[in-house]
Write a protein that binds this ligand. Structure first.
Ligand code: FPP
Length: 237
């Protein structure tokens, strides 16, 4: 690792390619999602091992509700099962689970499971795992702007007092540093409504690997690539 970018504090991953992985094997799409659970474990293990403090995973976008009902239901079931099954290991590793996105659209059952894993892992100090669920950057920004507009309407804030920090503090990600590195698997080179505000100075990395084939070595490769990048934040060296 270079001296310039040792280890990113915050890595965010768009886990893409589950459907293609399944299709290539003549399987149903949900089987691709099920095969995407082990890579989540692998990414988490690698992140803990490398000293990453925040790992955000794009697990379900606001747009994903438009997928066939059967696939959406299978994903909801997978989230519930996974959080229950993984909680002891998350606690053992010192991983604290939090969420971004608008969870009001999830069923009571799903909200219950998510709330439970948040509670049971709340003491974790090694790494914060942030699950982006029913998340889209534009809707997050709209919700933040509504909050700020409310403050202005109540007379608690003047329009000229609104700065970048005001918006940053109103976003779901207020408690986290911006991502240093955003990885999207499957070779697609776009952000798809993910952390658009927060990605301003993130390094982007698009490996070809499909998410179900993602391993700890792939995570290490992403960190090696990050270490080679020249981050200037709009300044000169
Ligand atoms: C995108 O692949 C992936 C998703 C929409 C779901 C991600 C969910 C998991 C990896 C399940 C495990 C997650 C947790 C947090 C337990 P895609 O279906 O869009 O793939 P495609 O572009 O090849 O169709």
């Amino acid at each position: 690792m270079s001296e310039q970018n040792p280890i990113p504090q915050h890595v965010a991953i768009i886990m893409d390619g589950n459907g293609r992985w399944a299709e290539l094997r003549g399987k149903e799409r949900y089987e691709g999602h099920a095969a995407g659970v082990e890579p989540v474990r692998a990414a988490l293990r690698a992140a803990v091992r490398r000293g990453v403090k925040f790992l955000t995973l794009y697990a379900f976008s606001t747009e994903n509700w438009g997928r066939p009902e059967q696939e959406v239901e299978a994903l909801m079931e997978l989230f519930c099962q996974s959080v229950v099954r993984e909680t002891p290991e998350l606690v053992r590793q010192g991983v604290r689970v939090e969420m971004i996105g608008d969870r009001s659209r999830f069923s009571q059952k799903v909200r219950g499971y998510l709330g439970q894993v948040e509670q049971e892992t709340a003491a974790g100090e090694t790494l914060t795992l942030i699950l982006a669920l029913n998340y889209s950057s534009r809707s997050e920004i709209v919700r933040a702007v509504r909050r700020i507009a409310g403050q202005v309407a109540r007379g608690g804030l003047l329009p000229e007092e609104i700065g970048e920090e005001t918006l940053g503090r109103a976003l779901d990600t207020a408690a986290y540093p911006d991502p240093d590195l955003i990885v999207r698997t499957s070779g697609e080179c776009r952000l798809s409504n993910f952390l658009l505000w927060q990605a301003s100075y993130a390094e982007l990395y698009f490996p070809e690997v499909l998410w179900p084939d993602f391993t700890e070595d792939e995570f290490d490769r992403a960190l090696e690539e990050y270490a080679r990048r020249d981050r200037r934040f709009g300044l000169v060296r």
